[in-house]
Ligand binder design. Sequence first.
Ligand SMILES: Nc1ncnc2c1ncn2[C@@H]1O[C@H](COP(=O)(O)OP(=O)(O)O)[C@@H](O)[C@H]1O
Ligand SMILES: CC(=O)N[C@@H](CCC(=O)OP(=O)(O)O)C(=O)O
Length: 294
Amino acid sequence: MFAANDKAAILVEALPYIQEFYGKTVVVKYGGNAMINEELKDKVMQDVALMKYVGIHPVIVHGGGPEITGFLGKVGKETEFISGLRVTDEETVEIAEMVLDGKINSDIVTLLNRRGVCAVGLSGKDANLIRAQKKLATVYEGEARKKVDIGYVGQVERIDTRLLRDLIAHDYIPVIAPIGVGADGESYNINADYVAAEIAGALGAEKLLLLTDVEGVYKDYEDKSSFISTLTAAEARRYIEDGTLTGGMIPKVEACLRALEAGAAKTHIIDGRLGHSIILELFTSSGIGTQVEK
Ligand SMILES: Nc1ncnc2c1ncn2[C@@H]1O[C@H](COP(=O)(O)OP(=O)(O)O)[C@@H](O)[C@H]1O
Ligand SMILES: CC(=O)N[C@@H](CCC(=O)OP(=O)(O)O)C(=O)O
């Protein structure tokens, strides 16, 4: 265990960060692949509660890809991803909404509330929070790229932040499921990274933290010594085009770039498998993960 002086040093190390982030908004994207077990989930909830109690305004956007895949499997439906996005027919969007809004969102709200904060669950349909339209997937083939129709997959058209700002002003923690609403009331399945990015941008968040199941970004995914701690926008774009980044890392890095462009100050991709990764990133001088910069 730590000696008393070491314990005090840890708290004192956090002080400048607590001062810096006091009163600021931090958007946390909690991905399905980082929801590994109950113990780890509770550590995320503790981190969020701690943020709240030191005066930061946390906003949670969650995913749940693996759980959606599990439910689709139970009803005999195959899952296909194109460039990190789920191909979503009418039945799939219904199941995705049920799993994300009906199950995962409510589970997170319950866990957070048990940690002594007041969380409020929302889908993007509530108060028209997330207006969406159809998104086509981009497939990169060397120099060429093509657009593919993947069904009820949405892209954010507009975030209406009024409800979020009201909730934050009254000390509630918004917990948001990545379902958008179209012009005719139809539901769109949106990758949670993109939703988190738009929300972080619209709220002018101090930070966007994307929790995932890797340490961060690697130049060569097979070589763990090629870890990148800071990625510039130009490098990020090059790595998407040249295939350095594949699958779910594409929306994640794109989300960071979009959040920066839309008004967020800093973005980080961090390892959600590591207990207390949020407070390690926020309150220690070394930080963790990959920071994506403008
Ligand atoms: N260059 C890369 N560096 C790190 N991860 C990468 C890279 N290229 C692809 N990936 C993949 O991206 C995945 C993270 O995306 P994803 O599985 O969608 O996470 P989440 O469910 O947290 O949103 C990693 O598990 C890894 O397999
Ligand atoms: C269009 C699209 O791919 N939507 C995602 C939404 C959930 C999500 O983003 O979950 P993770 O953060 O756990 O990956 C999906 O259907 O899996």
